[in-house]
Ligand binder design. Sequence first.
Ligand code: FE2
Length: 147
Amino acid sequence: MELHDSSLWRFLLVNVIYERCLSVGVAAMDAQHKTLVAMINKLIRNATATTQSATIQEVFMEMKDYMAMHFHAEEELMTAHNYPQLGEQIALHRRFSDKIIRFCIEWAYHNEHLPDDMLTYLREWLVHHILEEDKKYGAFFHEHGVQ
Ligand SMILES: [Fe+2]
């Protein structure tokens, strides 16, 4: 089975990677990341639905709002503790949000299936975001008494 096989990815995202590897060590952020993983998995599970399906539109709306809340929570925590890479994080968060809005505009009003490149982008972005960017703040926050 290829690493990028979608069923393997789904299994890893839901069952293994999150529990064992994706924890950034800050409980509130772990809980939010877990919700984001669940939303992206819901899209993956419904990949054959059209973008006009109620489920897909619901998940997109939920994801857009939840992502904004999550980024805001991270940025607030970073600001409160003078996290040195705050600027970088803000730039990454904005870039991702813009990309999602572009995906929505491109696909949401067309009666088409969710494109593979969007699903790939979402899951790879999420894993990259947590494993590479957010993992960096775990140790920093621990030093500042945030668990
Ligand atoms: Fe995050």
